[in-house]
Design a protein around this ligand. Structure first.
Ligand code: DAS
Length: 323
């Protein structure tokens, strides 16, 4: 008689800190290394049977993440994938989108599932979102999905996003949004694809992200009214973060002077969070000021792309939103 045994998936959980890995002590949330208790709770909330192992990589609140830390996380995920069917990374929410973008460019769309887990309430909180998020991440990591993802819980439903599509949290908000439709939803331990999601296949090979550990030569600039525009001296590029309608203050004299100052010093200018389809007359002046408008992608993906010097027109990790 042939016995078809269930082959237990091997899932590595790399812990880096954040609320999902924090405990309240001495009146503050402090990251700890041990989240084995959280996995036990998550197993009761749908995490599939699997062979789990932990790698306590770092204990950071992610507001303190550095480029070097991001590179360490990506390399740990690469090493773990050699001995795993899927990898989960627990991470803080504040800078998660930057680690997510770096993972997306390092792995592209064809790797075994790599998925980021986070929480806005610590595991010890009675209404913590940590267990249901970790359970969903385990379902993704045990699935035959390919690429890099991030899961966010809202009530009992968990959204699975392509990791290159994560928008920053709105200030004072505990809600995460993604550029375009989510990739899937997890209910129980069923991963249900979103029919509205679409992405271009990889048009670039997986990138070497080690440059993220070097001092940055890309200056993100938010040109808010009545605030100073930072000196671009010594930088390779300025990435203007556009206002929500995709516009920049091209009719402001100080902004136009700043662009000229940059171009005279060989500093390239880019518009992030804009797109070639912005119709306002202020957008007509962008090319005249020497500003290159990036395709529609998130701020984290755009800034990471610029840091890595990736071809701005070719998709990698599903980052460019299809028109
Ligand atoms: N300070 C936040 C961070 O570590 C906590 C969190 O929301 O994870 O990103």
């Amino acid at each position: 008689m042939i016995e078809y045994g269930y082959i237990m998936k091997r899932i590595t959980i790399i812990t880096t800190g954040g609320t999902i890995g924090s405990e309240l002590s001495r009146g503050a949330l402090r990251p700890t290394a041990d989240i084995s208790g959280l996995l036990t709770t998550a197993t009761g909330q749908g995490a599939p049977d699997a062979e789990y192992r932990f790698i306590p990589l770092m204990n950071k609140l992610s507001e303190n993440m550095t480029g070097g830390g991001t590179v360490r996380i990506v390399r740990a995920a690469m090493d773990a994938l050699e001995k795993s069917d899927g990898v989960i990374l627990t991470h803080g929410t504040d800078t998660l989108e930057y680690t997510a973008a770096a993972l997306s460019y390092a792995f592209g769309l064809s790797c075994p599932p790599v998925v980021l887990a986070s929480a806005v309430l610590p595991p010890s909180h009675p209404h913590s979102d940590a267990p249901v998020c970790l359970a969903a991440c385990a379902a993704v990591a045990a699935s035959d999905m390919r690429g890099v993802f991030a899961c966010f819980a809202s009530g009992e439903r968990v959204t699975v996003s392509r990791a290159s599509r994560l928008l920053p949290y709105l200030p004072y908000s505990g809600e995460r949004f993604t550029l375009g439709a989510p990739f899937a939803y997890v209910t129980g331990n069923a991963v249900l694809p979103c029919p509205d999601y679409s992405e271009r296949p990889d048009e670039l090979p997986p990138a070497d992200i080690s440059a993220l550990a070097l001092p940055s030569d890309v200056l993100p600039v938010l040109p808010v009214p009545s605030c100073a525009l930072p000196s671009p001296d010594g930088k390779r590029a300025v990435a203007f973060i556009s206002f929500h309608s995709g516009t920049l203050p091209t009719a402001r004299a100080d902004f136009a002077d700043y662009c000229r100052h940059c171009l005279e010093r060989g500093v390239k200018l880019y518009a992030v969070c804009s797109s070639p389809s912005v119709l306002y007359e202020s957008a007509e002046a962008l090319s005249g000021l020497g500003i290159t408008v990036l395709p529609r992608m998130t701020p984290a993906s755009a800034l990471t792309r610029l840091r890595l010097g990736l071809d701005l027109r070719l998709s990698l990790g599903g980052d460019i939103l299809c028109d």
